[in-house]
Design a protein around this ligand. Sequence first.
Ligand code: ZN
Length: 156
Amino acid sequence: MTSPGAPVGIPPAVTEETAAFWAAAAEGRLLVERCTGCGAESFPPYGMCRACRGRAVEAVEIRDRGRVYSFTVNHQRWLPGLEVPYALVLVEFPDHPGVRVFGRLRGCPPDAAAIGMAVEVGFEPGPGGYAVPSFVAVPNVPATGDPAVAPARGAA
Ligand SMILES: [Zn+2]
């Protein structure tokens, strides 16, 4: 028997570029990458700036509340033990343009997911003992219907 959010699935392949992210995740901290050359931030960690291709990057912790940029509700049991339905949300952060992080939505029914809804960063146990990012709905904050920040420019 499994509970919602049970660690099912494939453990992450930790690389030199993502090791700091996973170590911080184990402490409940969400790290993204910032270019020390041009200041662009991005996720997931890549070891190289997506804007200018510079390799001088540093980790920055996201502490603020996010807003749902997009979402999907999954009804398909892709893996044994996977509880369905659940909502996956793509979240952006007002002070971190260019960063969008994907994760499971918690704290509300999946069908309550909405674009613009406020969420807090959270972590939950994932496959292989890794903590994976997820997002907790913030009650009593109406969804704006608009993304927290302007949509990112087209992918390079
Ligand atoms: Zn850059």
